[in-house]
Ligand binder design. Structure first.
Ligand code: 48F
Length: 266
């Protein structure tokens, strides 16, 4: 008897993954906006840009998206948002429960899975396991990101990176402000901050931190807009701990700023 043909061919499965992945990557080598970091700020930015038909790619170092959102506060997986943050959770469809006047809580796992899903469904393409290790600069403006596999970074292999060209970059790498640190290292103190350098985040103060973040969500070097915790770190404002409204509002704001620029261009 001839051997029965297998219905599921292992090599077809492999070919499907390889072809589809590289088609996706090739399609996103030149984009309108490249978002560095898939925490709450980066994902909210990506969603708000993608739903306006902007071509967005999100690069995330870790295996999972979500940044500091999964762990709520100190691994207690609940988040707090204020009234304005609740408005954005409502738009995403994340359930919020009133706690006391002006305070709402949400389950952090529901929050991040919902926001991530909405960003993808709006058309943002997320590549996890890729780290931004440098930027491309032309005529004193960032024109793209330099990427490497996170595994290469972890193994400390000497492997050269590849690049993505973007009209605008969103720096949403959180507390370490990695993209601005890289730029500062390469061009000196030329950031659009008071000292020209990353000012550094101040100690925890939810009220001030949340108030400052929208003002700090802006262009921090030509072509690079800073959002989320990186915005407060860049401009020297306090951290705010596990209240997440500011991250969402900052992601929304950075998208509005870039959309206005893209519209002015066309
Ligand atoms: O840290 P993260 O969640 O930043 P965020 O969106 O939100 C901050 C809050 O989580 C919390 C807070 C709330 O008040 O203060 O900390 O501003 O997400 C940043 C993401 O960027 C990734 C990192 O793995 C994380 O998922 N990331 C950082 N550096 C790089 C990077 C890099 N060089 N390349 C790619 N991804």
């Amino acid at each position: 008897m001839p051997e029965k043909r297998e219905m599921l061919d292992d090599v077809v499965i492999t070919r499907a993954i390889v072809e589809r992945y590289f088609a996706k990557l090739l399609d996103h080598l030149e984009v309108d906006v490249a978002v560095a970091g898939a925490g709450p700020a980066g994902l909210t930015a990506a969603y708000n840009l993608a739903k306006e038909n902007v071509k967005v790619v999100v690069l995330e170092r870790q295996l999972s998206i979500g940044g500091g959102m999964w762990g709520g506060g100190m691994m207690f997986n609940e988040l707090v948002v204020q009234e304005e943050g609740k408005r954005i959770f409502d738009e995403f469809g994340v359930s919020c429960r009133p706690y006391q006047e002006g305070y709402y809580t949400a389950d952090s796992v529901e929050a991040i899975t919902t926001i991530g899903s909405r960003a993808c469904q709006a058309g943002a393409k997320i590549f996890n396991l890729l780290s931004v290790e440098d930027v491309m600069i032309r005529k004193e403006r960032v024109t793209g990101l330099v990427l490497n596999w996170t595994a290469t970074e972890l193994a400390r292999f000497h492997v050269d990176p590849l690049t993505i060209r973007a009209e605008y970059v969103v720096e949403s790498t959180g507390h370490p402000t990695e993209i601005l640190q890289i730029i500062q290292q390469k061009v000196g103190p030329k950031l659009l901050t008071p000292s020209g350098k990353v000012e550094g985040e101040r100690s925890m103060w939810a009220e001030l931190g949340e108030r400052a973040i929208l003002e700090n969500t802006r262009e921090a070097y030509p072509g690079v807009y800073v959002a989320g915790m990186a915005a407060n770190a860049a401009f020297g404002a306090p951290r705010m701990g596990p209240i997440f409204g500011g991250m969402l509002l900052s992601g929304e704001r950075v998208a509005q700023l870039i959309l206005a620029k893209l519209k002015a261009r066309s």
